[in-house]
Design a protein around this ligand. Structure first.
Ligand SMILES: *Cc1c(COP(=O)(O)O)cnc(C)c1O
Length: 389
């Protein structure tokens, strides 16, 4: 039987157990304790911000960010359309309305052109969004200079959904550090994992103090249990925070390993006409969480779905690119701003895109199995080659 190759599986370093033991030895078997404090400090240092608040998931961290920005019922929040639904569900938790912003070609992330149009319209209608959630897809930073400048111009806070981009850099600055708030996820499939967990980061120490308050059922400062506002149970377990501390120690190694996986795929079929890998913007350094590419249907007569199915038969897990949220039944009838009137970039990326196995724990032999199968299914010898990037 052939061993299954996953898209992205957990990759332990071996140092996790000592942090878990530390939690047990000190009996901090709770959603607070020295590992939580340590993990928060270490993440804040890593992304060069004043503070970080550990949460039970990335989704919870996003939810808290919207709470801190005082998003209310019937408010509007802008969000990248090409993303996982978790980027947007917290908008629904707030009974607010998402407006979806298209991607551009250079990063596959939020189009500054589409965002500008949406902000202009919103201003004209007298209802600016309460926040703009910018996602860094597959570990690639969005065009932060342009997006931050637009948000500043219109006075709308930016929330960076960096769930997939921990360890990436944009012009020398850590991904996740660009907005009023940044969000990370440590779900099992992310570049580092605590099995489940998240982090809310910011330079606003007071805001994060309030986030911790909201995340622990919003208990007022009273001996008896007193509550004036609604809260949540969103803190991260001290045991899991220990796993996170060990994982963070090897984050840069994990980024290097994923980038090496990407490079081997590019070497194998980056030169095939009709195959285009997700680009990397100049002066940025992606973590290449997932290697993603598009198959141009004018040049390649296999669809991503056919390729995914063929790989699946060989116990190789591949996936389409995220289905844009404005196309999801959940968001039927919602407003969408395309990159240009006749070009919805995210829709093309969804139709043509595929994610290949990209785990940092993949062996070269496993990756060769993927490469051989892709080459066989596509029949790449039929295609013209251009020089690989
Ligand atoms: C994984 C992910 C999230 C959610 O993180 P969880 O920890 O699973 O709640 C949010 N946004 C994006 C883009 C993600 O990939």
């Amino acid at each position: 039987m052939t061993e299954r190759i996953f898209l992205s599986s957990p990759h332990m370093s071996g140092k996790e157990q000592s942090y878990i033991d530390y939690a047990f030895d000190t009996n901090w078997i709770a959603p607070l304790g020295p590992n939580v404090d340590g993990f928060e400090r270490e993440i804040a240092d890593y992304v060069q911000l004043n503070d970080a608040a550990a949460t039970s998931s990335g989704t919870a961290a996003l939810h808290l960010a919207l709470e801190l920005l005082d998003v209310q019922k019937d408010d509007v929040v802008f969000c990248s359309t090409l993303t996982f639904v978790a980027s947007v569900n917290p908008i629904l938790y707030m009974n607010a309305t998402p407006v979806f912003i298209d991607s551009e070609e250079k990063t596959w992330n939020m189009s500054p052109i589409a965002l500008e149009k949406a902000l202009k319209d919103a201003k004209q209608n007298g209802k600016l969004p309460k926040a703009v959630i910018v996602v860094n897809l597959y570990g690639q930073s969005a065009m932060m200079d342009e997006l931050v400048a637009l948000c500043d111009e219109y006075g709308v806070p930016l929330v960076e959904d960096a769930a997939e981009s921990l360890g990436a850099y944009y012009k020398g600055k850590p991904s996740g550090s660009f907005g009023k708030f940044g969000v990370f996820s440590f779900n099992g499939n992310k570049i580092i994992t605590t099995s489940g967990g998240g982090m809310l980061v910011s330079n606003d120490v007071e805001a994060l103090k309030h986030a911790r308050f909201l995340a622990t059922q919003a208990r007022d400062a009273a001996v008896h249990y007193q509550h004036s506002v609604m809260g949540y149970n969103y803190r991260l377990s001290n045991i899991l925070a220990g796993v996170g501390r060990a994982q963070l120690e090897v984050l840069d190694e994990r980024v290097n390993a994923r980038r090496a996986v990407f490079d081997r795929y590019v070497e194998a079929f980056g030169g095939v006409e009709g195959i285009d890998f997700m680009p990397e913007l100049e002066n940025t350094y992606g973590n290449r969480w997932l290697t993603t590419l598009t198959l141009n249907p004018e040049k390649i007569n296999i669809t991503p779905y056919e390729l995914i199915e063929a790989l699946g038969k060989e116990s190789i897990e591949a996936r389409p690119v995220w289905k844009p949220l404005h196309l999801q039944p959940l968001f039927e009838g919602s407003t969408f701003y395309p990159h240009s009137e006749d070009n919805a970039v995210s829709e093309r990326l969804f139709e043509q895109g595929i994610c290949l196995p990209s785990g940092s724990n993949m062996t070269v032999e496993q990756q060769q199995r993927v490469i051989d199968k892709v080459i066989a299914v596509l029949g790449v010898e039929k295609y013209a080659y251009h020089s690989a990037e």
